[in-house]
Design a protein around this ligand. Structure first.
Ligand SMILES: Nc1ncnc2c1ncn2[C@@H]1O[C@H](COP(=O)(O)OP(=O)(O)OP(=O)(O)O)[C@@H](O)[C@H]1O
Length: 250
C-alpha cells in the first residue's frame, strides 16, 4: 500500500539533509509505528506521504500511484485536533465531505464513525465541551470520514496525559481493527509503538534513514496490562531504547 524507495529530502537549498535514502514498504491493513530521535525527519516523511511536501529524489507510491499532492485516499491526524470551534463535533467530522463534494451517505458515515470512536452522544456538542482525548478522537473520525485507505498520524496523542493516552491507544486499536486501514503513526513513546504496531521502524538521527525494522508479534487485541507482561515486550523495548540511545535520544 505504501512503497518508499531511496527517498531523499533536504531543506535550506540542500544545506539541511532531512532524509537520506529511506526504503520502506507497508502492506495493506498494516499498522506501522515510526520512532526516532528528535529532528530525524519523521514529520518530513509523513508530510511527503500526505502529499503536503515535495521531495528531492526517490519514489513514493501509495497503492501503486506516485504521490503528487494530497489525496482523498489519505487521512492525516496531527498532534492537535484543530477542530473548528464554531461547528459541532458532527459538523467538524463531516467537514471534509462538504469541502470535497459531499456524498449522499455522508451523514450515515459520520454517525457510524462517531459511534466507533465512542462519541455517539457528543455529535451535537461543541469542541470546547470535549476533553482533549475526545477532541483527538473526533479528529481521527474527521480523517476517516472520506473513507481513505491510509491513515497517517503524527504524534496524535503527544499532548495528552499518560492515562488518557493509554485509553486512546486502546480506542485506536479498536478503530483500526474495525476499519482495517493501513496506518503509519509517528510517536516518541516506545510503549505506545509496541502496543500499537505490527512493525516498529526505528530511524537514525538526521539525516534520517531506516535503522531497524522490528516486527511485533504480540497477539491482538492487546491491552495495556497484558502487553507489558508479554514475554516479547522487554526485549523489544530494550532493543528500541538501545537504538534510540545510540542515536543520542534519552
Ligand atoms: N521547512 C523547513 N525548513 C528548514 N528545515 C526544516 C524544515 N522542516 C524541517 N526541517 C528540518 O529537517 C529536519 C527534520 O525535521 P522533522 O520535523 O521532520 O523531524 P522530526 O523527526 O519529526 O522531529 P521531532 O521528533 O522533533 O518532531 C530537522 O532538522 C528540521 O529542523
Amino acid at each position: 500500500m505504501i512503497q518508499i524507495r531511496n527517498l531523499k529530502k533536504s531543506f535550506a537549498g540542500g544545506r539541511v539533509q532531512a532524509l537520506s535514502g529511506i526504503h520502506l514498504d507497508i502492506a495493506d491493513g498494516e499498522f506501522v509505528c515510526v520512532v526516532g530521535p528528535s529532528g530525524c525527519g519523521k514529520s518530513t516523511l509523513l508530510r511527503i506521504l500526505a502529499g503536503l511536501d515535495d521531495y528531492d529524489s526517490g519514489q513514493v507510491t501509495l497503492g501503486g500511484t506516485p504521490v503528487t499532492g494530497p489525496s482523498r485516499d489519505v487521512g492525516v491526524v496531527f498532534q492537535q485536533a484543530n477542530l473548528l470551534p464554531w461547528l459541532t463535533v458532527r459538523e467538524n467530522v463531516a467537514l471534509p465531505l462538504r469541502v470535497g463534494g459531499g456524498r449522499r451517505e455522508g451523514a450515515d458515515d459520520v454517525d457510524r464513525l462517531l459511534d466507533v470512536a465512542g462519541l455517539k452522544d457528543f455529535g451535537g456538542r461543541y469542541p470546547y465541551e470535549l476533553s482533549g482525548g475526545m477532541q483527538q478522537r473526533a479528529g481521527i473520525c474527521r480523517a476517516l470520514v472520506r473513507n481513505p485507505r491510509i491513515l497517517l498520524m503524527d504524534e496524535p496523542f503527544g499532548a495528552l496525559d499518560a492515562l488518557t493516552r493509554e485509553r486512546m491507544n486502546l480506542e485506536l486499536q479498536r478503530i483500526w481493527q474495525a476499519t482495517g486501514k493501513t496506518v503509519l503513526l509517528i510517536t516518541h513513546s516506545i510503549s505506545e509503538a509496541i502496543f500499537l504496531a505490527d512493525r516498529v521502524i526505528v530511524m537514525s538521527a538526521r539525516p534520517g534513514r531506516v535503522l531497524r525494522d522490528l516486527a511485533v508479534n504480540i497477539p491482538r487485541p492487546r491491552s495495556n496490562d497484558t502487553i507489558i507482561s508479554h514475554p516479547d515486550y522487554p526485549a523489544l523495548a530494550k532493543d528500541i531504547r538501545g537504538l534510540l540511545t545510540g542515536q543520542g535520544e534519552e
